[in-house]
Every structure is written in structure tokens, then in C-alpha cells.
Design a protein around this ligand. Sequence first.
Ligand code: ADP
Ligand code: ZN
Length: 643
Amino acid sequence: FDNGSDAGLCSADCGREYGCGYGLRLARPESEFEMMRKSPAEILNNIFGFDSFLGLQNEIIDHVIAGGDALVLMPTGGGKSLCYQIPALCRDGAGLVISPLLALMRDQVESLNQLGVRASVLNSTLAYGEIKATEQKLLEGSLDLVYVSPEKLLTQEFLDHLSKCKLSLIAIDEAHCVSQWGHDFRPGYLKLNILKKLFPNIPRLALTATADGPTRRDIVERLELREGRLFVSSFDRPNIKYTIVSKDDSKNKLIKFIEDNHSGDSGIVYCMSRNKVETIAKWLTEEGFNALPYHAGMDKNHRELNQDKFSKEEGVIIVATIAFGMGIDKPDVRFVAHLDLPKSLESYYQETGRAGRDGLKSNAWLAYGLEDLSKIINFIVSSNASEDQKRIERQKLDALLGFCETMQCRRQVLLEYFGESLKNPCGNCDTCLEPVKSFDATVATQKALSCVYKTGERFGAAYIIDVLLGSNSARIVQFGHDKISTYGIGKEYSKNQWRSIFRQLVAKNLLVVDMEGHGGYSLGENSRGVLRGDEKVLLREEQFSKTVGRTSGKSRKRTKVTLEKAEDEALFQDLRAHRQELASEQKVPPFIIFHDTTLLEMVQKRPTSIVEFGRLSGVGKAKMERYAAGFLQVLSVPEKAES
Ligand code: ADP
Ligand code: ZN
């Protein structure tokens, strides 16, 4: 160090400031070095172990570091957390993160601690002593991030305490909870606008994965973010493959889907009712899967235990109602299966979005049938919503049906619904991979429509199909429908084929399910042209096999390897086992130690030294020091001699 020249000037005496590059040694006083914060890229690399930013992360981070407010819309798995975690580490003071999800807060704080970041959580479930200790640290400035529930935040006592602390930023996670539009509305969120008054100079950013227009406007208005910047990422989740099957034989189809693609993987199976959750979980268990139920009617402890197992053990399948999901941070959920139709495309996208947050290949699988329709319509009709709201719900249902019955790329339809457009078919959905054959269904449609008409526009699909097939059920005879001209005129198709046709006619609005909730059909406004023979109808041709072939439930082994080579797969499993050991010792979920992506990179790159290990994605300095030796040992076990 130069002692002679004036502090702050280049030691080469070129007259420029220090750091000009001409002086070999800089005259910067040591303390200032310490004060200099690291750059976002350095933090990304040294602490989080990632090479580059994803999508808009970089822009958002720069904007917040500069003191700007922002609303960030990114899909699940898009990388929202770094958008506030890195600025919090770059700016002075502690980052305040508001989140309504206790389990998620706990996991995030644990993950940050593993990375060597000083993070804590504050919520009402903690002991008094713990809360006081964290509050003291916050006051002393020895925390980088503190996660708070809205209830805790909004107590006068805590707000008073906060006003004495130095904050780097305020992040409002799950910001859609401020909107009455969404289903996650939290009244506490409405009061968060107080933060603007209390901390006018602290940047605030709101983050959400719910992107529709009304919700977005609500967030901006209610959180008073009008001067902030809006960042919207693409909502595409290219690693998720979408598949929809018809509901006949759905249980066996589900097992075959899991066996073929996901033996030993974690997944979620959604069902509409609590009863069905119980039945399916029991049945999957009997079939040899590690399946657990989850729904709001269960005893709280039991429910939490199951959720805990799902996140801490490998390969658990959770069977759940939609009560399950918010607050699940697990990055390696490999599949999301729906055994019943979700409420809307928004719900579908949110629920399926829980698969593959780590960016690895994942599946979204849905079995859907006509019976779902009447249930959902019943649901809408019997709710207390206003007529306007009901009409909106009905439109949402139509969009969902259109998606289910499309012959186009599923991803294109989905993204279009969310206001984005995808130029080319994705190549990673069922309709792309196995293009749907269509058939001229004009005559079939005419038969179906006139049968609906002739029976008085009050019966549902099951009955109409019976009439078309010429069934001699007592009901048909009782109503005299065995005498009408459409009786028995549809024998060229099977029951399943007719069901498929009816679903598509509903999706095309040629048939309308009545809004009284009885599930009866009437003719759609656009049906006249078809009945007159002026318009052709093309429908998708579905392949129906009698039974779904699958292996027996007993002694099921991992059939599908994640990796092509057996030795790679074996190593991957060894690494997973080591990770599970570490996780159990520390009582944390395995993904908090390392994500699957990092384990897979270990398999590919086979690092042999600590330095090489430190270069893996997801390995920052703290994790390198802590875990390199153990994993290197697993990696160095000599491969079995070839015989
Ligand atoms: P979100 O909250 O938007 O659902 P997360 O913040 O949990 O997303 O991030 C999703 C996944 O992406 C996590 O596994 C995270 O570690 C990873 N990730 C985030 N940013 C990066 C990055 N820049 N490079 C590599 N992986 C990243
Ligand atoms: Zn596609």
C-alpha cells in the first residue's frame, strides 16, 4: 500500500483517482474496502453458486438496488426470491420479507442459513424468547434478511420496533393475496400500504406468480406501487410436459402414468373432494406407492406431518385437495396429476406449476370427463357469488374446456390465455408429440343435437347416450323415449366415443350445460347451422383401449431411470442417499442441502477436487466448505470392476 501519496489518489501519481488501473497498488484505506459491498454478480456466484442471472433477475435487482419500487410477475420457479435476496445483501440494513406462508418462510430461511446468509423468521408461532432475540439482532443490524408474517408485522409493537431498525428493502411475497379476485385473499395484506407511509425511502417490491389483469391492477393500487416499475416475465414453463387423457379407467391410467414415468419420484395427485383424496391415497398405498393424503378436513397435526414427510423424504406422493400447495417450496416435485378437472385454467396453471421448479423435466397430467362438468357447474351455481361473478366463472370454465379439447399445441393455448403468444408448437405436450387425428363428426353431431332436442333439452349426457345407443332402461321406457326417431341411431360409436363427442360439443358451445345445476343439456346458439347441414364439425378422434395394461402392484421397482446409463443412475442414487443422510441429521428437507440439478451435475462432471466441486451450479462458498468432502467421497468410490 502506498503511504506517501494523498489518500484517495492513485499511487502511481497519475493524478487520477484510486483504482484508475495505472497505479499497481491502490491507496484505498482498508476500512473502505470493507465498506464496499459486493456486486450482484459476485453475490450470485460466491453465495448462491450460480453462474448467470435468469430472465429479468438482473434488471430487477439493479432497479431495486438503485432504490426503485417494483411489481414482479414471474411464474413459479422463475426465480423470484433472488430478486430481493441479492439486493438485500447489496444494500445496507436488513431486507424485510412479508410472506403469508409459514412453512415456506421456514424453508427459505433455512436455505439462506445454509448459504451463510444471516436470515431469521418472525411469526406468531415462535416462543417469546426467540422473537425478542431476533428483534434485537434486527435492531443491531446483524441480520441480512428477516421474514415476517403479515399478522406479526402489523402489530403496533413490531411496527414501532421496525421504525428504529435500518431496512434495506421491503419485499411483499405472494402479493396477489391483496386482491379479492384471487382465491388467496388475505385481509391483512390490505393494510400493507402502511409501509409506504412508514418507510417512504425504502424500496418496496411486490412479487407474485398470478398474472391476470385485475389482480395486477389491485396489487398496484392497494400496495400503492404506482411509481414503481412493472416486470413481467414469460409465463412459459418449458420443462413441464402437458398431457390430458379421458377419464374412463382413470385410476389405472394414473398408475400406468406413474409407473412409466415416475417410479420413486415425488408428485402431487389432486382430487376434488376429501373423500376421494382418502380413497385414492389408500388405493395407491395398497398398490405399493408411498402415498399420503392431505385435505382441510384432516386433523391439523396429521396434515402437517404428511406435508412434512412430503418435503423431507424422497419419493412421497401427496394426494390432496387444492387446500394443498400454497407454500410448497419443494423444487423437485416431478409430476402433478389431476384426477378431477380444476376450477379454471388459472388454477390449473398454478397447481401444475408446482411441478419442476428446479427446471428439470416434469409432467402435468390430467384425466377429465363429462362428470366433472356438472360438478363444477353445480359448484358455480350454488355459490353465493353475484350473477356477474357467476358469468365470469362460466367463461373461465369454457376456456378450460377449450384447452382440454384442443387439437392445437396445449402450451400455445395456455400461453395465449395468459396473454402471451408462442410462435411455434412446443414439441413438449401430448398434442405436439402425438398429433391428434380428427374426424368428420357432422353426422354424429346432428344425431346428438337432435336427440337432445327430441328429449326436451333437460337430460344429461349419460341419458342421451343411452337413448342414442338404444338402451331399454326403465327410465327411457317410462319417458317414452324408446319411441322417438333418435332412439338407437348411434350404435356406430361406443359409449366412450359418445362421451368424447359430447365433451367436445360442450367445449365448442354446440351444447350448453344448464346453469340450474342439474346437468341437463340444451342446444347452443350456434347449433342451428350444423343441424341444417350448413356447417361441418371436425372433432378429435380418441383412441380407446379396453383396459390399460400395467405391471402388477407387487414388488414394484424403479422402472424408469432418470439417467441413461445405469452407472450414472446408481451414482445419482448414492448421492441422493448421502444428501438424505445430511438432511435427516439436520432435520431439514433434502433440497435445502442441494437441489437435484446440482446432484445431476455432480454425476455429469464428476468433480475430483474441492475447487472443481465449488464450480458446480448451486454450490456457493459456504456449501462448498461444508459439504464438498462428503460428496467427493461418494463420488470417488471406485466403480465396480467390469467383469
Ligand atoms: P419462485 O419463487 O419464482 O418460484 P425460486 O426463487 O424458488 O422461484 O427459484 C426457482 C428455482 O430456480 C430454485 O431452484 C432456484 O435455486 C433456481 N434459481 C433461481 N435463480 C437462479 C439462477 N440465476 N441460476 C440458476 N438457478 C436459479
Ligand atoms: Zn405443444
